[in-house]
Design a protein. Structure first.
Length: 172
Protein backbone atom coordinates (compact mmCIF):
# COMPACT_ATOMS: atom_id res chain seq x y z
CA UNK A 1 0.00 0.00 0.00
CA UNK A 2 1.34 3.42 -0.94
CA UNK A 3 1.49 5.86 1.96
CA UNK A 4 -0.38 9.13 1.52
CA UNK A 5 2.03 12.08 1.78
CA UNK A 6 1.24 14.50 4.61
CA UNK A 7 0.67 17.41 2.23
CA UNK A 8 -1.98 15.39 0.32
CA UNK A 9 -4.03 14.46 3.38
CA UNK A 10 -7.51 15.96 3.70
CA UNK A 11 -9.19 16.73 6.99
CA UNK A 12 -12.82 17.32 7.95
CA UNK A 13 -13.07 19.09 11.27
CA UNK A 14 -16.27 18.33 13.13
CA UNK A 15 -14.70 17.09 16.32
CA UNK A 16 -16.72 17.79 19.48
CA UNK A 17 -14.77 20.02 21.91
CA UNK A 18 -15.41 17.38 24.59
CA UNK A 19 -12.94 15.12 22.80
CA UNK A 20 -10.04 17.40 23.71
CA UNK A 21 -9.05 15.36 26.81
CA UNK A 22 -8.70 12.25 24.63
CA UNK A 23 -6.66 14.12 22.03
CA UNK A 24 -4.44 15.55 24.77
CA UNK A 25 -3.65 11.98 25.83
CA UNK A 26 -2.53 11.28 22.24
CA UNK A 27 -0.39 14.44 22.26
CA UNK A 28 1.21 13.39 25.56
CA UNK A 29 1.76 9.87 24.25
CA UNK A 30 3.96 11.03 21.40
CA UNK A 31 6.91 11.37 23.78
CA UNK A 32 6.43 7.83 25.11
CA UNK A 33 6.06 6.39 21.62
CA UNK A 34 9.21 8.19 20.44
CA UNK A 35 11.16 6.69 23.34
CA UNK A 36 9.74 3.24 22.66
CA UNK A 37 10.42 3.38 18.91
CA UNK A 38 14.02 4.48 19.31
CA UNK A 39 14.97 2.42 22.39
CA UNK A 40 16.69 -0.38 20.48
CA UNK A 41 18.15 1.64 17.61
CA UNK A 42 21.86 2.35 17.85
CA UNK A 43 22.65 6.04 18.17
CA UNK A 44 24.78 6.20 14.97
CA UNK A 45 21.93 4.72 12.93
CA UNK A 46 19.53 7.47 14.03
CA UNK A 47 21.39 10.13 12.06
CA UNK A 48 21.43 8.26 8.74
CA UNK A 49 19.14 9.68 6.09
CA UNK A 50 16.78 7.06 4.70
CA UNK A 51 15.97 7.21 0.96
CA UNK A 52 17.51 10.69 0.89
CA UNK A 53 14.90 11.97 3.34
CA UNK A 54 15.09 12.90 7.01
CA UNK A 55 16.85 10.77 9.57
CA UNK A 56 15.17 9.61 12.77
CA UNK A 57 16.79 12.50 14.65
CA UNK A 58 15.53 14.99 12.08
CA UNK A 59 11.98 13.67 12.36
CA UNK A 60 12.13 14.10 16.15
CA UNK A 61 13.68 17.55 15.87
CA UNK A 62 11.03 18.57 13.34
CA UNK A 63 8.29 17.80 15.86
CA UNK A 64 10.03 20.12 18.33
CA UNK A 65 10.49 22.78 15.67
CA UNK A 66 6.74 22.88 15.06
CA UNK A 67 5.78 23.42 18.70
CA UNK A 68 6.37 27.16 18.19
CA UNK A 69 3.81 27.12 15.37
CA UNK A 70 1.28 25.25 17.52
CA UNK A 71 1.73 27.70 20.41
CA UNK A 72 1.37 30.59 17.98
CA UNK A 73 -1.88 29.13 16.72
CA UNK A 74 -3.17 28.88 20.29
CA UNK A 75 -2.49 32.62 20.53
CA UNK A 76 -4.30 33.12 17.22
CA UNK A 77 -7.38 31.53 18.78
CA UNK A 78 -7.06 33.53 22.00
CA UNK A 79 -6.73 36.81 20.10
CA UNK A 80 -9.54 35.82 17.69
CA UNK A 81 -7.48 35.97 14.52
CA UNK A 82 -9.61 35.19 11.46
CA UNK A 83 -6.78 33.12 9.95
CA UNK A 84 -4.21 30.96 11.68
CA UNK A 85 -0.55 31.63 11.06
CA UNK A 86 0.86 29.57 8.23
CA UNK A 87 3.41 26.82 8.57
CA UNK A 88 6.67 27.13 6.67
CA UNK A 89 6.13 24.35 4.15
CA UNK A 90 9.82 24.45 3.21
CA UNK A 91 10.67 23.32 6.78
CA UNK A 92 13.61 25.72 6.79
CA UNK A 93 13.93 25.59 10.58
CA UNK A 94 14.35 21.82 10.52
CA UNK A 95 16.79 21.88 7.62
CA UNK A 96 18.97 24.45 9.40
CA UNK A 97 18.76 23.01 12.92
CA UNK A 98 21.48 20.36 12.70
CA UNK A 99 19.37 17.87 14.66
CA UNK A 100 21.73 15.06 13.65
CA UNK A 101 24.36 16.51 15.99
CA UNK A 102 22.20 15.89 19.09
CA UNK A 103 21.66 12.51 20.74
CA UNK A 104 18.16 11.06 20.44
CA UNK A 105 17.44 11.24 24.21
CA UNK A 106 18.26 14.97 24.19
CA UNK A 107 15.99 15.55 21.17
CA UNK A 108 13.15 13.67 22.83
CA UNK A 109 13.62 15.55 26.11
CA UNK A 110 13.52 18.87 24.25
CA UNK A 111 10.34 17.81 22.50
CA UNK A 112 8.80 16.63 25.79
CA UNK A 113 9.46 20.01 27.40
CA UNK A 114 7.91 21.93 24.51
CA UNK A 115 4.93 19.59 24.32
CA UNK A 116 4.18 20.13 28.02
CA UNK A 117 3.71 23.84 27.29
CA UNK A 118 1.33 23.14 24.41
CA UNK A 119 -0.76 20.74 26.46
CA UNK A 120 -0.92 23.17 29.38
CA UNK A 121 -2.16 25.96 27.12
CA UNK A 122 -4.77 23.71 25.52
CA UNK A 123 -6.02 22.65 28.95
CA UNK A 124 -6.54 26.21 30.20
CA UNK A 125 -8.46 27.58 27.21
CA UNK A 126 -11.85 28.94 28.22
CA UNK A 127 -15.09 27.67 26.66
CA UNK A 128 -15.49 30.71 24.43
CA UNK A 129 -12.02 30.26 22.95
CA UNK A 130 -12.67 26.53 22.52
CA UNK A 131 -15.62 27.41 20.26
CA UNK A 132 -13.76 30.02 18.20
CA UNK A 133 -12.74 28.98 14.69
CA UNK A 134 -10.05 30.40 12.41
CA UNK A 135 -9.19 29.57 8.84
CA UNK A 136 -6.32 27.15 8.37
CA UNK A 137 -4.32 28.78 5.56
CA UNK A 138 -3.25 25.64 3.67
CA UNK A 139 -6.31 23.46 4.22
CA UNK A 140 -8.74 26.34 3.60
CA UNK A 141 -11.04 25.05 6.30
CA UNK A 142 -12.16 26.42 9.63
CA UNK A 143 -10.39 25.03 12.65
CA UNK A 144 -11.08 25.30 16.39
CA UNK A 145 -8.55 24.50 19.14
CA UNK A 146 -9.81 20.90 19.38
CA UNK A 147 -9.36 20.54 15.62
CA UNK A 148 -5.84 21.97 15.83
CA UNK A 149 -5.02 19.50 18.60
CA UNK A 150 -6.32 16.62 16.46
CA UNK A 151 -4.39 17.88 13.43
CA UNK A 152 -1.23 18.08 15.56
CA UNK A 153 -1.75 14.53 16.86
CA UNK A 154 -2.18 13.30 13.28
CA UNK A 155 1.03 15.10 12.30
CA UNK A 156 2.81 13.45 15.24
CA UNK A 157 1.56 10.06 14.05
CA UNK A 158 2.76 10.80 10.52
CA UNK A 159 6.30 11.30 11.81
CA UNK A 160 6.11 8.35 14.20
CA UNK A 161 5.09 6.18 11.24
CA UNK A 162 8.00 7.61 9.23
CA UNK A 163 10.41 6.68 12.02
CA UNK A 164 8.89 3.20 12.23
CA UNK A 165 9.29 2.73 8.48
CA UNK A 166 12.96 3.75 8.69
CA UNK A 167 13.55 1.23 11.45
CA UNK A 168 11.65 -1.58 9.73
CA UNK A 169 13.09 -1.05 6.26
CA UNK A 170 16.61 0.09 6.93
CA UNK A 171 17.81 -0.96 10.31
CA UNK A 172 16.66 -4.54 10.70
Amino acid sequence: MERTPWIKRKFHFKIPPGWLPNIIVRLQGTVVRLRDLTATVSEPMTSIKYLDKWSIREHIGHLTDLETLHMGRINDFIFRQPELRAADMTNLKTHQALHNLKPVPVLIDEFAEERKHLIHHLEILDDETMQFASLHPRLKSMMRPVDMAYFTAEHDDHHLASIRLIIENYMK
